[in-house]
Design a protein around this ligand. Structure first.
Ligand code: ADP
Ligand code: MG
Length: 531
């Protein structure tokens, strides 16, 4: 659609106002334009926290030479024509205000080449006016450079809010490749693979991504919900990592964030929140975006249905998804040892494994579809125990002698804060005296951890509040797992390997180290010179 200036009848009805509140808003508006242009790769570069320079390049459709100047006029857009178009909005932008506002607050340069045109056009814009225009080479797509931003209010400059903007868009658009460079360093990048779990792995690390539960897809009426949500203990001390996108638009609408939060609350300790990525899709006519200049609020017309659907999807995901399924959905990208000899990470799904024995009292050897599997006995066992703790089957084992935990007041408060979750994990704790707990039962698989080690694990985990539950499960798993250097009987070897006989079994230990490596036929043949 060509760029036109909206009639005053239309423009008066748009909730316009200050859009460019700071460098993060510059990035947001330019990324929105790139996505609206159908980009599959978007590169963002900032200097001076975005105040000195922001550059956004895309491989979208570009702007035809005859329309480049128009793009910088107020209320000039290619995305709507009439008020009625607002009810069928499929683009992120629609008011035709961002570039015009930006041009009045900074020096702007745009190079763009439209599809079907041989060359590009470069324009220079100062104080809202186009002051220069030249032919310029550019691949199909658009690059906008914004220098010396001078926003009307004191902005929140710096990399962090910009990183957050890009994260939100990358999570809302897994098919688009994003890259952010700040002060010359690459600070984040996604591959645009289209796999949401992969994007989460790229942004927040593979361990977290692999343990998240799949949310939906579920639908009710016209509304569809899908996404990922972290399972306890992977939690956050704040709500900032609940990402909701409505039809590809990242939003911070309180009712939507609250729906995720309230549904997840019973599964998390007090004051802990999940990391969640939620995609809501519904016909554009049921979403009103024309509410605030920054467009990060939306009104969903079947609001109650949408909220109900969202809450139910969150509950179901946290209740039902078995962890191994979450892991299987995307092979973990781990820090693999040098591939010279090894083939790399095992693909457990191609097993079954035939146990061959133990090497150096440390490694388990097994034959599987890919060849020889060399498995670190400690890590393999540790991860299996961690999984079983997380799965919260609630199987508990009574201790021969109860253990007394002596804690500091704030540590006692952390334990006291979540009796239900601890019980669900399989602990039975009794408080007695001040800051003392009696442990009578522990989760199955921890029964052989000596009392001292258990107390140590609890003490260590509770050193500070942030992430204590995850630390607790990891250090318990570590203490319960067989040590390296211990000779194992064949049935013990088989028992440790048993969880890895399943498709999608984990490939990293809870600390992120590789569990196994594989040496295939080819590598062996090569090493032995068998041709
Ligand atoms: P809006 O996005 O609300 O239409 P903007 O001021 O952000 O308003 O952009 C004005 C117009 O300039 C857009 O409607 C679009 O036609 C064009 N435009 C801006 N950025 C790009 C881009 N990166 N690629 C293609 N066209 C663009
Ligand atoms: Mg726009």
């Amino acid at each position: 659609m060509a760029l036109i200036t909206l009639s005053s009848e239309v423009s008066q009805r748009l909730v316009a106002g200050e859009v460019i509140t700071g460098p993060q808003a510059v990035v947001k508006e330019l990324v929105e334009n790139a996505l609206d242009a159908g980009a599959s790769a978007i590169q963002v570069e900032i200097w001076g926290g975005g105040m000195e320079m922001v550059r956004v390049s895309d491989d979208g459709c570009g702007i035809p030479p005859a329309e480049v100047e128009l793009a910088f006029r107020h209320f000039t857009t290619s995305k709507i024509r009439t008020l009625d178009d607002l009810h069928h909005l499929s683009t992120l932008g629609f008011r035709g205000e961002a570039l015009a506002c930006l041009a009045s607050l900074a020096q702007v340069e745009m190079v763009t080449r439209a599809r079907g045109h041989l060359g590009g056009v470069r324009v220079q814009v100062e104080e809202g006016q186009v002051v220069g225009r030249w032919p310029a080479p550019h691949p199909v797509g658009t690059t906008v450079v914004v220098r010396r931003l001078c926003p009307p209010t004191t902005p929140q400059a710096g990399e962090a809010p910009i990183r957050e903007v890009i994260r939100a868009f990358a999570l809302a658009h897994p098919h688009v490749r994003f890259e952010l460079r700040a002060e010359g360093r690459r600070v984040l990048a996604t591959s645009g693979s289209g796999d949401l779990r992969g994007v989460v792995a790229e942004l927040f690390g593979p361990t977290l991504a692999s343990t998240m539960a799949t949310l939906g897809p579920d639908s009710q009426g016209d509304v569809e919900v899908s996404g990922l949500i972290s399972r306890p203990p992977a939690a956050r001390p704040d709500r900032q990592r609940i990402y909701v996108a409505v039809n590809g638009r990242p939003v911070r609408t309180p009712s939507l964030l609250e729906a995720v939060e309230t549904a997840a609350r019973p599964f998390f300790p007090k004051g802990r929140f999940p990391l969640a990525v939620v995609h809501l899709r519904l016909p554009p006519c049921l979403v009103d975006v024309n509410l605030s200049p920054t467009k990060d609020e939306v009104r969903i017309l079947p609001q109650q249905e949408a909220l109900g659907l969202l809450r139910e999807a969150v509950r179901r995901a946290l209740r039902e998804t078995p962890l191994t399924e979450a892991v299987g959905a995307s092979p973990l990208l781990g820090p693999w040892p040098s591939p010279r000899l090894a083939e790399g990470p095992p693909q457990w799904e191609k097993a079954p494994l035939r146990p061959l024995g133990q090497l150096l009292d440390t490694f388990l050897l097994a034959e599987g579809a890919q060849g020889l599997y060399i498995i670190d006995q400690h890590r393999a066992h540790e991860r299996a125990i961690y999984e079983s703790l997380l799965a919260r089957k609630g199987q508990r084992s009574p201790l021969k002698e109860p253990i007394v935990l002596e804690l500091k007041p704030h540590q006692a408060a952390m334990l006291r804060g979540m009796p239900a979750l601890l019980a669900e994990l399989g602990f039975s704790l009794e408080e007695f005296g001040r800051h003392h707990f009696l442990v009578r039962e522990v989760p199955h698989m921890l029964e052989n951890v000596p009392g001292r080690a258990l107390e140590e694990a609890v003490q260590e985990a509770l050193v500070e509040e942030e992430g204590w539950l995850e630390r607790l499960l990891i250090s318990l798993a570590c203490r319960a797992a067989v040590r390296r250097g211990r000779r194992l009987r064949p049935e013990e070897v088989a028992a440790i390997l048993e969880p890895y006989q399943r498709p999608g079994a984990p490939t990293l230990c809870p600390h992120g180290g590789p569990i196994a490596l594989v040496i295939g036929r080819e590598a062996l043949a090569r090493q032995l010179g068998l041709g």
